[in-house]
Design a protein around this ligand. Structure first.
Ligand SMILES: Cc1cc2nc3c(=O)[nH]c(=O)nc-3n(C[C@H](O)[C@H](O)[C@H](O)COP(=O)(O)OP(=O)(O)OC[C@H]3O[C@@H](n4cnc5c(N)ncnc54)[C@H](O)[C@@H]3O)c2cc1C
Length: 313
């Protein structure tokens, strides 16, 4: 006896994309070009929009601002009929083989869902938004050594963080400059002997916290530490991030302890029909990786839907 094909609600769209960063937008371009019906929602907080100018994203000699890259991707998606709706998705619920997706203003049925909601970096406590944004725009504050460590080659760099995570970030940056200081965010450092040994061998300075009173002075970012005020060419907070996977986890998807969604080689979460791509998935938090995962997810979604009901036949 053949397995009956899953029956979708007649009004169900093919895929709801949650998040319009590099991952969600790449998926939108692919899915629209597969002749699938999609809706894409975004609440306006892409990490890519925080990038003053990326120099490691291939294909842009001279670099490109994150907002410009996103604008180009939106334009490309629109060329194929994929537009983005400004809305926060508040729930994804399973409904038979479909999903019900709730936004702050509407409810829709979708045969598949792609979660591309990214992560949010923890900021140094007490750093006001205006100083944060001004420092970020000028490269005095940075969040991604893989992305822009090159730009701090031989400069004076501070890393706000401690424990193994802070140590790793400081050691990574040591590959660019000999002048790296690891600053404990709250009080004393929390570093075991192996961390202390690794930092000593690399010549990374250590300063206790609490740190605060952040300000821009000329071309430097100034921080008050337990050792007094210190000025740096660039400071990297290494304070971890919040993984925006709650919607998928609430729908039953498995995630790691820190909240990153678990996916297989085809970007399938543990919930059938629910896919994930980009920073929200465990892996390299980079634009190229987000785009690659989204291409894989979109193609798998296309093939799954075609199996259920052949496309355009
Ligand atoms: C300062 C900085 C510099 C960086 N520089 C580089 C660089 O040079 N090169 C590089 O490769 N990478 C860089 N990165 C990393 C890069 O920005 C991320 O890897 C990339 O943006 C990940 O794409 P994404 O689509 O997974 O997530 P995001 O770009 O964060 O997009 C996620 C989207 O989901 C939306 N969203 C979240 N929750 C909801 C919800 N409930 N409902 C609706 N929408 C929702 C958000 O509004 C957001 O637009 C940098 C990051 C930072 C912070």
């Amino acid at each position: 006896m053949p397995t009956p094909s899953p029956v979708s609600r007649p009004d169900a769209i093919d895929c709801a994309i949650i998040g319009a960063g590099p991952a969600g937008l790449t998926a939108a371009i692919y899915l629209a070009r597969f002749h699938l019906s999609i809706r894409m929602f975004d609440c306006g907080s892409s990490r890519a929009a925080m990038i003053p100018r990326t120099h490691n994203h291939a294909g842009y000699p001279g670099g490109i601002a994150g907002t410009d890259l996103l604008a180009r991707m939106h334009e490309q998606a629109r060329d194929f009929g994929a537009t983005c709706e400004a809305a926060t998705v508040t729930a994804i619920e399973r409904a038979g083989d479909d999903f019900v997706v709730r936004t702050d203003g509407a409810t829709l049925a979708a045969r598949t869902v792609l979660l591309a909601t990214g992560v949010v970096n923890h900021r140094p406590r007490g750093l006001d938004d205006a100083t944060h944004d001004a420092a970020l725009a000028r490269g005095l504050l940075r969040y991604c050594p893989i992305c822009d460590g090159y730009e701090v080659t031989d400069r004076r760099v501070g890393v706000i963080g401690t424990s193994r995570h802070g140590m790793r970030e400081a050691l990574f940056l040591r590959g660019y400059t000999a002048d790296v200081t690891l600053i404990a965010p709250d009080s004393d450092h929390d570093l075991d002997d192996s961390c202390l040994d690794a930092l000593d061998r690399a010549g990374v300075q250590r300063v206790d916290g609490p740190c605060g009173d952040y300000r821009i002075a000329g071309d430097r970012f100034v921080i008050r530490t337990a050792a007094g005020e210190m000025a740096f060419d660039s400071v990297y907070p290494a304070l971890g991030s919040r993984i925006r996977s709650e919607l998928a986890v609430a729908a039953g998807a498995r995630a790691s302890e820190d909240g990153c969604l678990e996916v297989d080689d085809h970007q399938r979460t543990s919930v059938p029909g629910l896919f994930a791509a980009g920073d929200v998935v465990k892996g390299l938090d980079q634009i190229s990786h987000a785009m690659g995962e989204a291409g894989v997810a979109a193609t798998t979604i296309r093939n799954l839907l075609d199996e259920r009901r052949p496309i355009r036949r």
